[in-house]
Design a protein around this ligand. Structure first.
Ligand code: ADP
Ligand code: MG
Length: 584
């Protein structure tokens, strides 16, 4: 090796080396293209992928497009419309600014650009194959940009080799789209995977609506809004205006997760990864969630552009703050205030497996070690598998019931591995959806002899205040003296001998939900009734009962969580099983 002369590398190699820093995997392409669409002012951003992005990534937007005479420039390295002078680097207001993404992507794939600038009569089409720029053609096209990236890394075997299985790469892409949808709730995002729409945000401008698309209704409803904090930074004396803003949502402590991936941080609309600020969020839950568990949170930080350096890494996912300490404090305080002030009573046994409606991959990441663990491999695997929930992966495949474990869990087999279903949580989900579907006409069971039940004054007040809701659900409760109600009928699902016990438990559970989260009383009441009426852990189920329960669960809209947002099931992929047995 020692006598090899020094040579200047050829352009193609230089471009590939540079591309390596920006484009690590398919999701990096999606991130760069989505950022370009956001910078272009797009209201609707559509991402299509095939085979985890290796075969195809297409990002279409209705932004301002690229003028015909600038199309070639866009693919030059360090060509950008977003900076004019080096001083602008100090006050970056766009997501892009380095001018290298399109050049980098084009160096390692086949790119087709179709774009039309607003106001232009014609659009332009251009192909770039592995860095070889073709001739632009004038074509008719709507205002906006469609960038298609095919055969990513086809000529970079080193990169291809390091790509993870298709589902993992697709998970990373899902993750990116979801984060940007959360950062820009006023824009519509759509993700289409192998021809199927797997994520869609409504673009209403309400972060809450995007949270619902991202995490499902139950989790989204439980999220606590951060009181918007505005503080001045330490050296802000020349400017009385507040200099740090913190807004967003924090999950209640009982919806904790097994990894940090559900803490999403934005700085001035840019998704960033910052372990110190993630820790500020985790720290805010001190004593509220068990060690090794992490909250869900979406935290948007705003600072003046001159107070943050975004030019730290080619991928632009890290930033440096001028006054990191006060930002850390502001985040920690804002989240703490929300969580302490607004968290509902945590259900018993706060330590649990991952929840939400994630892909099988992230369920697996959340599982504790089974048998002899492989610590090194596990540690490596964790970040790979981390991905946000895939809500429309929500639909369950057909499951074959295998048996019951510990009189609490149903073991079933699905196409992707083994399912462990919490029989109580699953039944709650089934009943909840049935109930919600037929509220008002909820069948009711008249008691043969009405039963007086003594209540506390708080419980009585609850019954009085929400008489209509109780009636709609099938309760018939009549006042009976100063501290008693007469129970004349119950929802039929509550067929029980212990009428008083059931009514008290339900009132209890309903009152305990009295968090500041805007959650309708009626929904809480329905959940409480379902909980009371569901098969309990500790109940032996016959095979056909299990099968019937699993079939009903398959038919629900959100089969993967109970109405309280806890998981109904965990999935052990066949891949994971093979790994645990040392077969891979
Ligand atoms: P950067 O975003 O850092 O400027 P890129 O290589 O990502 O660099 O893009 C180069 C330029 O191409 C951008 O500055 C912008 O002018 C133009 N461009 C890229 N994508 C789009 C898009 N979707 N809509 C409009 N213009 C775009
Ligand atoms: Mg860019």
């Amino acid at each position: 090796m020692s006598n090899t002369p020094i040579r200047v590398l050829d352009d193609v190699t230089v471009a590939r080396i540079a591309a390596g820093e920006v484009i690590e995997r398919p999701s990096s392409v999606v991130k760069e293209l989505v950022e370009n669409s956001v910078d272009a002012g797009a209201r609707e951003i559509r991402v299509e992928i095939q085979e985890g992005g290796r075969r195809l990534i297409r990002v279409s937007d209705d932004g301002h497009g690229i003028p015909a005479d600038e199309v070639l420039l866009a693919f030059h390295r360090h060509a950008t419309s977003k900076l004019r002078a080096s001083e602008d680097l100090a006050v970056v207001r766009t997501l892009g600014f380095r001018g290298e993404a399109l050049a980098a992507i084009a160096a390692v794939s086949h790119v087709t650009l179709l774009t039309a600038a607003s106001g232009a009569a014609m659009g332009t089409r251009l192909r770039v194959d592995g860095g070889q720029v073709g001739a632009p053609e004038a074509v008719g096209a709507p205002t906006g940009t469609i960038l298609t990236v095919e055969n990513l890394f086809h000529a970079v075997p080193a990169r291809l080799k390091f790509l993870r299985p298709e589902t993992t790469e697709a998970g990373h892409i899902h993750d990116i789209v979801l984060r940007y949808a959360l950062a820009y709730p006023e824009r519509r995002f759509v993700l289409v995977k192998d021809g199927r729409t797997v994520f869609q945000s409504p673009g209403t401008g309400e972060l809450e609506d995007t949270l619902i698309s991202a995490y499902g209704v139950d989790v989204a409803r439980a999220m606590i809004p951060l009181a918007t904090v505005r503080t001045a930074t330490a050296d802000d004396d020349d400017d009385a205006r507040a200099a740090v803003g913190v807004a967003g949502y924090a999950g209640p402590p009982h919806l904790s997760r097994a990894n940090r991936q559900h803490i999403t941080l934005f700085v001035n609309g840019r998704w960033i990864q910052d372990s110190s600020l993630s820790f500020a969020v985790v720290q805010a839950y001190h004593t509220l969630i068990p060690k090794g568990r992490y909250p869900i949170a979406v935290v948007a930080i705003t600072v003046r552009p001159e107070d943050v350096d975004v030019n730290v890494h080619p991928a632009k996912t890290e930033v440096r703050f001028r006054d990191a300490r006060s930002i850390w404090d502001a985040v920690q305080r804002s989240v703490r205030r929300a969580v302490v002030g607004g968290s509902p009573v945590a259900p018993v046994g706060g330590d649990r497996l991952d929840t939400g409606e994630p892909s099988a991959e992230s369920w697996v990441a959340a599982l504790p070690a089974v048998g002899p663990p492989y610590p090194a491999r596990r540690a490596q695997a964790a970040p790979e598998q981390a991905s946000l929930p895939a809500p429309e992966g929500g639909a369950l495949p057909m499951l074959r019931v295998v048996g019951q474990v510990a009189q609490a869990f149903i073991v079933a087999e699905g196409p992707d591995g083994m399912y462990l279903i919490d029989q109580h949580a699953a039944h709650e989900r089934v009943m909840y959806e049935r109930f919600m579907a037929r509220l008002d006409g909820a069948p009711s069971q008249q008691l043969l002899s009405p039963e007086p039940v003594r209540l506390s004054s708080a419980e009585l007040a609850l019954v009085e205040a929400h008489g209509e809701s109780f009636r709609r659900l099938g309760f018939d409760l009549a006042p009976f003296g100063p501290d008693t109600v007469l129970v004349r009928a119950l929802p039929d699902v509550l067929a029980t001998a212990d009428v008083a016990g059931a009514v008290r438990t339900i009132l209890d559970a309903t009152a305990a939900g009295g968090a500041p989260i805007e959650d309708a009383f009626e929904a809480r009441l329905v959940r409480a009734v379902c909980k009371q009426a569901s098969v309990k852990a500790g109940q032996t189920l016959a095979p056909d009962e299990m099968q019937a329960l699993v079939r009903s669960l398959e038919a629900t809209r959100s089969p993967r969580t109970c109405p309280h947002g806890r998981p109904t099931m965990i999935v052990l992929s066949a891949e994971r099983l093979a790994r645990e047995f040392g077969r891979t």
